[in-house]
Design a protein around this ligand. Sequence first.
Ligand SMILES: [Fe+2]
Ligand SMILES: [Fe+2]
Length: 247
Amino acid sequence: MTLIAHISDLHVSNSTFDEEVFMNAVAEINNLDPDMVILTGDITESGYYVEFQQATKYLEMFDAPLFAVPGNHDARNLGYQTFEELIGEKSWKLTMDGKFTVMGIDSSSPDEDKGHVGTPQHMWLEHQLDECVINEHFTIVALHHHVVPIPQTGRERNVLSDAGDILKTLTTHEVDLVLSGHKHVPNIWKINDTLIVNAGSLSSNKLRGKNKNSYNVYNITDSEIEIFLNEVGGERFLFGKYPRNLI
Ligand SMILES: [Fe+2]
Ligand SMILES: [Fe+2]
């Protein structure tokens, strides 16, 4: 069994970040003892250096290894450079136990809100996913921007500009999980054999309607994937349960 916590949209700043909620979330997630934490961007509100410095201290509070991709807010004010200095590579790949591959894709562009993967990164993704198919790996791809529009988020403006091509690559390679954030609204879409899952905002007060701060938890066994939606300091729902794509 592999347990993954998926957090997103912290928005660390003096304005939109709720430290108390964040501290509660850290305690809850550490208590779950996940194998890893995946963070799908908008770590900071404005990409300022001082925000990234603050964020680094907060992220160190997680006991599990944490892997992050940048969001559009992180790419503001030279944040796309600061991210690499203080957080790590913006795109990355790791393998676990010789049977899992997790990839992070940078969908941000400096000082723009819309998402874009771009041809070089798309080609790299294709190549890595070809290997995952050959090696029969369980595959997770994490990126900030949603690949498919999310219900209850108003007028669509920020879906990936190359969403069609990326979605085609993800689904034809039967990627098991695609993890995103950005809209601050949790959601699951299933397209062919691929689950496309959005996390809500972990600790930002920029929430729509009665949405609460939340994070997702994935419980992956040999036969199924359970997705839990955990409200910070609140309820825990079984958000979805799906059989594994067994070959
Ligand atoms: Fe956000
Ligand atoms: Fe965002």
